[in-house]
Design a binder for this molecule. Structure first.
Ligand code: FE
Length: 235
């Protein structure tokens, strides 16, 4: 039997993966970026076949990724993690430059970047596993710590979007989280699955612990994706 709570014990970082083919730029937030070999330095990324970026990477044969920092703006995570490049220009208002491979490299809220040429692609069912050799990399900001997936979940209260390899159906999350539903008021963002807990408030937006959802200011928005209150449902 699978206990889905074990899945949250596997640790990851959070990365901005990006690519460009001709004039089309694409990017998304990934937690599955991992180094596979040291010599030559190769990295693997797992990308859902439905992701717009997946198509662009197949065509361009390259990707870049930037390591997100702990101060990453939730608007950036919202746009790149929960919206499609088919609907919005994710790069508007974002600082980036074009790397050697032609991939746009995002520098906002990031600690370091890597520019990679794809050497292998594996079909793993719902996702494509891209292996890329890093041909260039550099540091961006030494003052901020890399954002870990655990920090994102525990402190920022974020969940994986549906296309992420680590996505878990809400109904499969048992124990601690669901128990809270009965003692605490939980409201969930229907866009990104962020859960507002009245007991904890929203420290990111300066909302005191113990603040009921109804008492949140009308202009309060989801700290992860920026959705307004109307997009929240009682859990
Ligand atoms: Fe949200």
């Amino acid at each position: 039997m699978i206990n889905f709570e074990t899945f949250f014990k596997v640790s990851y970082g959070l990365y901005m993966v990006s690519s460009k083919f001709q004039d089309t730029k694409a990017g998304y937030i990934a937690n599955t970026v991992f180094q596979v070999t040291a010599n030559p330095p190769k990295f693997g990324i797992s990308c859902n076949k439905d992701n717009f970026t997946s198509e662009i990477m197949k065509k361009s044969g390259a990707f870049a990724f930037s390591v997100l920092g702990e101060q990453a703006s939730t608007g950036l995570i919202g746009d790149f993690g929960y919206r499609s490049g088919k609907e919005i220009d994710k790069f508007r208002g974002v600082n980036y430059f074009i790397g050697e491979t032609g991939s746009p490299i995002v520098t906002d809220s990031c600690v370091a970047w890597f520019d990679c040429k794809i050497t292998d692609t594996f079909d793993v069912g719902t996702h494509l596993l891209f292996i890329g050799e890093a041909i260039a990399s550099d540091l961006i900001n030494l003052d901020i710590k890399p954002l870990t997936y655990n920090y994102y979940r525990e402190v920022m209260k974020g969940f994986s979007p549906k296309n992420a390899p680590t996505y878990v159906e809400k109904s499969q999350i048992k124990g601690e989280i669901l128990q809270k539903v009965f003692e605490n008021e939980l409201w969930q963002c229907q866009l990104c699955h962020y859960t507002y807990e009245s007991e904890k408030g929203d420290p990111i937006s300066g909302i005191e612990p113990g603040t009921k959802f109804e008492d949140l200011p009308d202009d309060w928005t989801c700290p992860i994706c920026g959705a307004d209150k109307s997009l929240f449902e009682r859990d």
